[in-house]
Design a protein around this ligand. Structure first.
Ligand SMILES: [Zn+2]
Length: 495
């Protein structure tokens, strides 16, 4: 056993002890969306458009997926009638030979979902990676923990490499994010200090092997409701579900408890489980669930890859190619219902595990006056409540005193919600990314009914408030006018 494998084994044992402790503790931990949100040192990390240090444009979506512009256009651009952007999933290069189309329970024609682009998958189920040498030993250990989780339950094999053309580079970054699927060049898995937990790293690896977020599935409306009124406008585009052209679920049922499912901590009231018993189970960051594991095994066709004699499993189970616990390889494994130990031999079950029942649920009444991040007071102290008003309306509404007595909260104001809007509009994205740009950048795309007037915007915002920010009485408004105008101009150029 080499040193790396030895570390993974030790880390696994520590993990199992830790998870047992957490499970018994019963105290709800912060959900993964909030962890990701808070790990970024700058709230503008969550803007959609980013010009990278290398000069290329990347798209940050759903807080932690960094996409190329081409990927984003495929996912969010206008659909061209009669021309599908989706390609058939093609055979990957494998050493073992593929027989994936014959895998029981998986029909490519009937179960559109998973990402259609086969180039996003890692050939031969091998993921190359390196960990930045600036990471402390305990950080390296945590990365190895996350990798061990994937290797334990799937046929994916993670190989350290500093030279493979396609490889993950775990390194420090301004938040937690990952590219979607394998890229043709080394790709960053950014791990700010707040992201260096086993669950978050395993989540980011999930994106890197080609996964989207669970709550963005095409069928998500059967299981959750999204309350857009509880979501600041700049984040709306992060909650538009994908179509079946983009996501393939491989027939795996919706999973409230997936490691890839966000919870409600970052944006309180944003996601409501239609089965109320799962309301507090969304956003877990302990590890892969049964359905996560099943999906990964189907997506990478693990049983076929490892030359298992393919068979149909009962009770929604799947074949795991490797020896697990004391069972032989290629056994059928089912859902144990326990995140800390998700698999049980299907042969030990008498019936299928219960699935979520969908009951009519009323959208809960939520307090819409909240801060999205924890550093709002610091931003307020810098004067951002006035100088970056549009931005702060979305991020620090409570701290800045920007909560409205009405329901609109100033949302009717037609203005940009992303610092890159002007540049993106100039690059023609108002047409090629219309569905996103019309909401994120209506001012820059000339979609406002009348040209945005900085004074008018400021006036509308103020009219929707209980009081003027910073406690300035309304009667002082006239003397403030020159300041307000300059602030509003700054706001337009910023947000
Ligand atoms: Zn994510």
């Amino acid at each position: 056993m080499n040193f790396t494998k030895c570390i993974r084994l030790a880390a696994c044992l520590l993990l199992m002890v830790g998870m047992t402790y957490a499970a018994k503790g019963g105290k709800k931990r912060m959900s993964i969306d909030k962890m990701i949100m808070d790990a970024a040192p700058d709230a503008q990390m969550f803007d959609v458009f980013h010009v990278m240090p290398e000069g290329d444009l990347k798209i940050m979506t759903e807080y932690d997926m960094l996409l190329t512009l081409d990927q984003y256009k495929k996912m969010r651009g206008p659909k061209t009638k009669g021309k599908s952007s989706v390609r058939s999933r093609t055979r990957r290069s494998t050493g073992g030979g593929r027989r994936g189309s014959s895998y029981p329970g998986f029909s490519r024609r009937q179960k559109r979902k998973a990402d259609s682009d086969s180039s996003l998958l890692w050939p031969d189920c091998t993921v190359y990676y390196e960990v930045d040498k600036s990471f402390l030993p305990e950080d390296v250990n945590t990365v190895e923990l996350a990798i061990a989780e994937w290797e334990r339950f799937t046929c994916l094999n993670f190989e350290p490499s500093k030279f493979a053309q396609s490889r993950l580079q775990f390194k420090n970054g301004a938040g937690c994010y990952s590219m979607l699927g394998r890229q043709p060049e080394p790709q960053t898995v950014a791990l700010a200090p707040g992201c260096r937990t086993k669950g978050i790293i395993a989540h980011e690896i999930g994106h890197a092997i080609g996964w989207y977020h669970e709550h963005m599935r095409p069928d998500r409306d059967n299981y959750i409701s999204i309350n857009f009124d509880a979501i600041p406008m700049r984040f709306h585009v992060n909650f538009d579900k994908y179509t079946t052209d983009i996501i393939n679920d491989y027939g795996v049922e919706y999973d409230y408890t997936s490691l890839m499912h966000y919870g409600n901590d970052a944006l309180p009231g944003s996601i409501t489980a239609l089965d109320p018993s799962f309301q507090d189970k969304m956003g877990q960051r302990e590890g892969l669930t049964f359905k996560d594991i099943k999906l990964a095994n189907l997506m990478y066709e693990c049983a076929s890859f490892m030359k298992c004699e393919l068979k149909q499993c009962n009770f929604g189970g799947f074949q795991l190619y490797k020896a697990h616990k004391t069972a032989l390889a290629c056994e059928c494994w089912c859902d144990s219902g326990d995140v800390s130990d998700p698999l049980v031999l299907c042969s030990e079950l008498d019936s299928a595990p219960p699935q979520p029942s969908i009951r009519p649920t009323e959208t809960p009444v939520v307090d819409l006056c909240y801060d999205v991040r924890d550093d709002c007071q610091m931003l307020k102290d810098k004067g951002y409540c006035m100088s970056k008003l549009a931005f702060m309306m979305d991020i620090c509404k409570q701290t800045c005193g920007l909560c409205s007595t009405g329901s609109s909260g100033g949302r009717e104001v037609c203005m940009d919600h992303d610092k890159g809007c002007e540049m993106m509009a100039a690059a023609g994205l108002c047409v090629t990314l219309e569905p996103v740009m019309q909401r994120q950048c209506p001012a820059s795309c000339d979609l406002c009914s009348s040209p945005p007037d900085p004074c008018e915007i400021q006036k509308n915002v103020m009219a929707s408030l209980d009081y003027i920010p910073n406690g300035i009485p309304r009667s002082a408004g006239v003397s403030l006018l020159p300041v307000v105008v300059s602030i509003a101009v700054a706001t337009l150029s910023l947000a």
